[in-house]
Design a protein around this ligand. Structure first.
Ligand code: F6R
Length: 364
């Protein structure tokens, strides 16, 4: 049941801390802070390429996974929408790895991509939340997200659990390949293990996000901006807002604004920016300042170190716990999902069962 929550989605949003902790404990030993990967169907040291394939939010998790694996393990990675992979016909190297990401393990397009990648000689690893699913059965190996059953149609806790698995895999690959120094591994695993507590702190008081939701609920169009690993989270924010509140939203890479979308900037189009401090902060902040200078209303998620610079031009600044930039996409996923939830509740849409959508899309 929903317990004391109004919707399954609200309950599942509040399960983020527990699910993140449970999932991370499967792959990281809290005492030694070392990543302990399960047996994999390919050797991360020798693998020439990784091809991710997934749909919807799971595809966005895969995109974050690509940034992580490239950054710490230096393996070339592709990430495709499953329904596109089949028709793109990419050249696949002998012994390459295919990673399928799916909550249900039953999504028709992802399953079709799995079969195609397998036929083309790829070693298939699925990241799924359902151990007995079709994808788990048809893969050479499976790693599980420990999210528990997800009832709300919009993926919430399964999404952050996917991120937790992919971050662990990236660190494990980096360790195996020697591209991640032991001290760096310890620092990043420690940062990951702190995420559940930060997530809990963030969920304790969502009054600022509720205030933001009241403004967003008035809008007809909304832009979400992010850079680097926060770019797929901007896409996640836009996807969740669309599917739950039926407000038109787009996610963009912050640096891409000036190549077209900046023409949309208008006081009626709120700009939700994901802009934590870190190596990309100045770049993103300057893109936001350009949007503000053209009348854009900037609503930014950042941390204490990023807040003063953004307050100079942003209408609202929501300060999240300070974390290592490596884990920032996990932490930022939670407020954008919360925002979409609150906007949908304000608009009175069916949060757990949005129109036209199904929990598992088993048709192509
Ligand atoms: C969005 C959402 C969907 C799913 C997509 C893939 O909130 O839930 O985009 O992520 O349909 O589903 P799975 O992960 O079951 O393959």
């Amino acid at each position: 049941g929903k317990g004391n929550y109004r919707h399954f989605m609200e309950k599942e949003l509040h399960e983020h801390p527990v699910v993140l902790g449970d999932t991370l404990r499967q792959y990281i030993d809290p005492a030694s802070r070392a990543v302990a990967l399960p047996e994999l169907p390919f050797d991360p040291v020798a693998v020439p390429k990784i091809s991710f394939s997934a749909c919807g939010s799971a595809y966005l998790a895969a995109q974050v996974g690509r940034y992580w694996i490239e950054q710490v393990a230096r393996i070339p990675v592709d990430a495709d929408i499953a329904s596109e992979l089949r028709y793109r016909d990419p050249p696949l190297p002998e012994g390459g790895a295919a990673l399928l990401v799916s909550q249900s393990g039953e999504t028709a397009d992802t399953l079709a991509a799995l079969r195609l990648l397998r036929e083309r000689g790829q070693r298939v690893l699925s990241v799924v939340n359902v151990a007995e699913s079709s994808m788990a059965r048809e893969s050479h190996g499976t790693v599980l997200t420990v999210a528990g059953p997800e009832i709300g149609v919009a993926s919430t806790k399964a999404f952050t659990a996917q991120l937790a698995v992919l971050a662990s895999l990236a660190l494990g690959f980096g360790r195996a390949r020697g591209t991640l120094a032991p001290a760096e591994e310890a620092r990043l695993t420690a940062a990951l293990l702190e995420v559940p507590a930060h997530a809990a702190a963030l969920l304790e008081d969502s009054s600022e996000i509720l205030e933001l939701a009241r403004e967003v609920a008035q809008a007809r169009d909304v832009l979400f901006l992010g850079r680097g690993s926060l770019y797929p989270i901007a896409l996640e924010g836009a996807l969740k807002l669309k599917e739950l509140s039926y407000i038109h939203a787009e996610g963009y890479a912050a640096g891409e604004m000036k190549h077209g979308p900046i023409a949309l900037i208008d006081p009626a189009v709120p700009v939700i920016a994901l802009c934590p401090s870190g190596p990309l902060f100045e770049k993103t902040a300057s893109n936001l300042q350009e949007a503000a200078a053209r009348g854009g209303r900037i609503m930014a998620f950042t941390d204490a170190a990023g807040a003063p610079a953004l307050r100079r031009f942003a209408e609202r600044v929501v300060v999240l716990p300070a974390v290592d930039p490596f884990v920032a996409p996990i932490l930022h996923a939670i407020p954008v999902q919360l925002l979409a939830y609150h906007v949908a509740v304000l608009k009175g849409t069916d949060v757990d069962q949005p129109r036209n959508l199904a929990k598992a899309v088993t048709v192509e």
